[in-house]
Design a protein around this ligand. Structure first.
Ligand code: NAP
Length: 458
């Protein structure tokens, strides 16, 4: 894939970028390896100071950075601004908490292991490669980079080929905040060059956020090399509505959950599983609100849904909808791409889904919702768990027993009750099944790329 900025709102190629050749890639890996020797000897206090300076830069630059995001991948501008500020918040969170998350622990009774002192320390691994997607071009990277650098690791970034300006923005960001040169380096390379970087002896671990095929490829290379990998892959999250729910609030949140980021979020509610007693009412509210959304220029503050990020992404969404319709699905809203330049798709609601339709099992990465009618909580959980994914889930019910039942019966990395899934720096984030393994954010996220070293003293 060419490394280029293509404005998804118009389809126009704005700028193409020369990929780094072997020599430049080597130079950048060497720089990151060298920087690790410096960074591992700095204190948490020093790194926190650089992190806060980095957050200051992001906050001061919020409008320019947000415009860059929207230009490269089509997210409504208000959401781009929120993304930039969330990055700054996450950077400050790790600046303030890394030291306590990685505090050494001592056995209360070291004599039980015949020692005078025994316990554990967390230490950085070295250079970590991050392979990242375009859907949150800054946030996906920062949520890896902030904990990794605070732990004393250095980072290499292979970003998605359609967000090179974001990739280069990140290349400079941490150095501008004061981190030693090479602490975080972008590699402008294609996906075919990734395996060689993972195989490089100086690279100690890899994290990938992206699709299942990319995850399989990166994880198998890492496995061959016996290197740690974290995978944050796709999702087809259920959003369950039970009879006791506040239906209007559930429908309003359901729309937000489905169309946020133009429908291209891994943790978006994608399958709306509704109890038969409230199905008609919920669907009426939901379809009404989906039809009322304003689709248009993502630079316009009043736009609810902008274009999809790429032409191929838009075409994949259209294929999944067409397949379902051909096999008998009912279109309650939308159902096609509007006749306009750019990679738009009209917010869509499908019902009457059957197991032979691809959309039942596959992730749809665009503003397309499927609604399912179920008889009871057991059927709701069965439908929720029938995909190969297990990223997050949402349940709407005011019955506490029912809430707890779903918490224990949904196969997912998270359950959000009477809300929609959102990532917070304070809460671990990650999936089970084909949604991947490992966790980002919170204490778990910073520990993923550390060596838990046991220390025993006679
Ligand atoms: P993608 O095609 O897998 O791309 C993601 C990154 O992986 C890009 O940098 C891409 O580079 C690279 N890549 C692709 N194939 C590769 C391979 N075989 N080996 C090494 N690197 C490879 O994903 P996408 O379709 O752009 O992004 C959307 C997907 O990401 C969705 O499935 C979504 O659910 C998932 N996602 C998950 C999370 C999460 O936290 N779980 C968050 C956001 C998105 P190129 O661009 O050069 O191909």
């Amino acid at each position: 894939m060419a490394i280029a900025t293509v404005n998804p709102a118009t389809g126009e190629t704005l700028e193409t970028f020369e990929a780094h050749d072997g020599a430049e890639t080597e130079r950048r890996i060497a720089e990151a390896a060298e920087a690790f020797h410096t960074l591992r000897s700095t204190t948490f206090g020093q790194r926190a100071e650089w992190m806060h300076a980095t957050a200051d830069i992001l906050e001061a630059d919020v409008d320019r950075a947000a415009a860059m995001i929207t230009l490269e991948m089509g997210k409504p501008i208000a959401q781009s601004r929120a993304e930039v500020l969330k990055c700054a918040k996450n950077i400050r969170f790790y600046a303030d908490n890394a030291e306590s998350f990685l505090a050494a622990e001592q056995l209360a009774d070291p004599t039980s292991v015949a020692a005078s002192e025994a316990g554990t320390v967390w230490q950085p691994l070295g250079v970590v490669l991050a392979v990242m997607p375009w859907n949150y071009p800054l946030w996906q990277v920062i949520r890896f980079a902030a904990p990794a650098l605070m732990a004393g690791n250095t980072g290499l970034l292979k970003h998605a080929s359609n967000v090179p300006q974001s990739a280069l923005f990140l290349d400079e960001l941490f150095e501008k905040g004061g981190f030693p040169t090479g602490s975080f380096r972008t590699l402008l390379i294609g996906s075919r060059e990734v395996a060689a970087v993972i195989e490089d002896r100086r690279v100690k671990a890899v994290t990938l956020t992206g699709s299942e095929p990319a995850g399989r490829s990166v994880a198998s290379t890492a496995g061959q090399q016996i290197k740690k990998a974290v995978l944050e892959l796709g999702g087809s999250d259920p959003f369950i509505v039970m009879p006791s729910a506040d239906l209007e609030a559930a429908a309003a949140t359901a729309v937000k959950a489905r169309i946020s980021n133009n429908g291209q979020s891994c943790i978006a509610g994608k399958r709306f599983i509704v109890h038969a007693d409230v199905y008609d009412d919920f669907v009426r509210h939901f379809v009404g609100k989906m039809n009322a959304l304003k689709v248009g220029d993502p630079m316009d503050e009043s736009t609810d849904v902008g274009p999809l990020a790429t032409e191929s992404g838009r075409d994949e969404v259209a294929e999944l909808v067409d397949d379902a319709v051909l096999k008998g699905a009912e279109v309650l809203a939308g159902g096609s791409a509007p006749d306009r330049p750019g990679f738009y798709y009209t917010p869509t609601v499908l019902a009457g889904l059957t197991d032979d339709m691809r959309i039942v099992l596959e992730e749809v990465f665009g503003p397309v919702a499927s609604v399912y009618k179920v008889a009871d909580r057991e059927e709701a959980a069965r439908v929720a768990n029938q995909t190969t994914f297990g990223l997050s889930s949402a349940v709407w019910s005011t019955d506490e027993d029912e809430q707890d039942w779903f918490v224990s019966h949904l196969d997912a990395g998270a359950v959000f009750v009477n809300g929609m899934t959102v990532s917070y720096p304070e809460l671990p984030f990650g999936g089970v099944k084909d949604s991947g393994y490992g966790r980002e954010l919170a204490a778990a996220g910073i520990r993923e790329f550390c060596n838990l070293k046991t220390v025993w003293k006679a």
